[in-house]
Design a protein around this ligand. Structure first.
Ligand SMILES: O=P(O)(O)OC[C@H]1O[C@](O)(CO)[C@@H](O)[C@@H]1O
Length: 547
């Protein structure tokens, strides 16, 4: 058994989980009028009501004890100080330096990284202004009104989803199109509607070696040249964001057109670096900076609030409770705000690529579950589909509901309906509906006893289903920055408990290598096939269809 499972607080939580079997949150609410007041916390404009969770004060205090026992605070401080905590890649983890407005230095290998960070922020500001003010023009002198942002994974999800979430802040006259997949349908569709003289391609790739991004950029380059642009015009229409400056220059990017990033910024944590440039182009530099400031505020909260009032720690430890002590295998995110509809996909990469691991410390195979499956979509849509399983299915799915209390330019009736559905769902999940209540509802319906009993059984909602509710006044750039940083730190705390390295991603490598080996066989139809029978069979199917 691993040391974590043998730890006193893990053992205590295991027995607490047994002792709570058969208890219901409905009864806790009925007997404890202070429950919500006690189990709520606020920071950075975000209010978290976590009272609808299957936890008692005793459980919560054991969870915080576990966090202390596993050194969460010391691990957090090590991350912020630039220690090499990504030990499998020998890297510091310093996305927090990218939103460090404290004026204090951040040291990596004895060098302060802040001057470079601030210089890059200035470069982002100047570039954004030059596009918005029409000072930087295309090769025929036309303004650059269409931005094609090419990237994938962390070099795509952050910019795309944050830009989408901040739609009320979009700058007039600029259209940003995001392309990630190597599936040519997407890039061809996007380029087909654009005037190459007014298009700027922003290629985002930390490594500058990602197949999808390289291919999509090449396709965009061919499109630009065949539409009338020349090789020397490319510098006016193509820029890159990368930590691999030499590969970017070799590819043909003008050095001046390359925005740097650093190996101490993980891809899924990179929206705060120049990877966020498309966000600045979408919402303007001041709003982009407010996004960073919101994240900085959450960093300060995470570093200074006691664990019991610390939003990332509270959410992380509740997650640990469900994954490790209540057998939950997934966690659903339900933003009740159309513009935030992409947020579950963002957190999905953040969480699953960070904590989807099986080795703790230097080489110990874990004997407990790590990160859950993260999924979800905007409310109320899910209420008419997958909520059924959350309410009455046999699997436990903790939920995070999110709602802005105010929405710019919105009809009150819509917003009140949206909010009522959000609150109503959390209530229904918590209280459920008993057999007796369902049976009583069927009184006087003319049903025989067997039918009435059967129907009451089918209608019974067990309740006791956990949820957090996150409220904020408006989803402005600053609040969004805080919200993203909240989830980043939640994932960090969980990784610290489970002892995994939340900052590498070896699991995605093998598929890339094998995919390249397969590509060689698809492009050379005479090459002998020496894979397993199934893969050979699939390759043959492709070859036959493409003769
Ligand atoms: O920015 P890059 O180097 O193109 O990588 C894109 C994405 O690919 C991954 O490395 C996984 O394949 C992610 O971690 C990363 O965000």
């Amino acid at each position: 058994m691993t040391a974590l499972r043998q730890s006193p607080h893990w053992q205590q939580l295991t027995s607490l989980a047994h002792s709570l079997e058969g208890q219901h949150m409905r009864d806790w609410f009925a007997t404890d009028p202070q429950r919500t007041e006690r189990l709520s916390a606020s920071a950075c404009g975000i209010h978290l009501d976590y009272s609808k969770n299957r936890v008692t004060d005793e459980v919560l205090s054991a969870l915080y004890d576990l966090a202390r026992e596993q050194g969460v605070e010391a691990k957090r401080d090590a991350m912020f100080s630039g220690d090499i905590i990504n030990h499998t890649e020998q890297r510091a983890v310093l996305h927090t330096a990218l939103r460090n407005f404290s004026g204090k230095p951040v040291m990596v290998d004895g060098q302060d990284v802040m001057p470079e960070v601030l210089a890059t922020q200035d470069k982002i500001r100047d570039f954004t202004h030059s596009i918005h003010q029409g000072k930087r023009l295309g090769y025929t002198g036309k303004p650059l009104t269409h931005i094609v942002a090419v990237g994938i994974g962390g070099s795509f999800l952050g910019p795309k989803i944050m830009s989408e979430a901040l739609k009320p802040y979009w700058v007039d006259g600029v259209n940003v199109h995001y392309v990630a997949n190597v599936d040519g349908c997407h890039i061809h569709d996007v380029l087909a509607g654009l005037d190459h003289e007014q298009t700027l391609v922003v290629m985002s790739s930390k490594s500058f070696s990602t197949q999808e991004t390289l291919q999509n950029t090449l396709t965009a380059k061919e499109w630009f040249l065949s539409a009338g642009g020349s090789q020397q015009d490319i510098a006016k229409h193509f820029i890159a964001i990368s930590s691999n400056i030499s590969a970017a220059t070799e590819f043909g990017m003008a050095e001046d057109n390359i925005f740097p990033m650093w190996d101490w910024v993980g891809g899924r944590y990179s929206l705060w670096s120049a990877i966020g440039l498309p966000i600045a182009l979408t919402i303007g530099y001041d709003n982009y900076r407010a996004l960073l400031e919101g994240a900085f505020e959450m960093d300060n909260h995470f570093c200074s609030a006691p664990l019991e009032q610390n939003l990332p720690v509270i959410m992380a430890m509740l997650g640990v409770w469900y994954v490790n002590f209540q057998h939950a295998q997934s966690h659903v995110l339900l933003p009740y705000y159309h513009y935030l509809r992409g947020f579950p996909a963002y957190v999905q990469q953040l969480d699953m690529e960070s904590n989807g691991k099986r080795i703790a410390g230097s080489a110990e195979t874990v004997d407990y579950a790590t990160g859950p499956v993260i999924w979800g979509s905007e409310g109320t849509n899910g209420q008419h589909s997958f909520h059924q399983l959350i309410h009455q299915g046999q699997v436990l799915i903790p939920a995070d509901f999110m709602l802005p209390l105010n929405v710019p330019n919105q009809n009150d009736t819509h917003h009140a309906m949206l909010a009522s559905n959000c609150f109503g769902q959390t209530q229904a999940l918590m209280q459920g509906k008993t057999y007796d209540e369902c049976y009583a509802d069927l009184d006087g319906k003319g049903l025989d006893e067997d039918t009435r009993h059967s129907l009451a059984m089918h209608k019974t909602m067990p309740g006791n289903k956990p949820s957090n509710t996150l409220l904020f006044n408006q989803l402005d750039p600053k609040t969004l920055g805080s919200l993203v940083a909240l989830y980043e730190h939640k994932v960090f705390v969980q990784g610290a408990i489970w002892g995994v390295n939340s900052f590498d991603q070896w699991g995605v490598e093998l598929g890339k290598v094998l995919g390249n080996a397969v590509l060689a066989k698809l492009t050379d139809s005479d090459a002998p096939l020496d894979f397993d029978a199934s893969t050979n069979h699939l390759i043959n199917a492709f070859r036959n269809a493409n003769q």
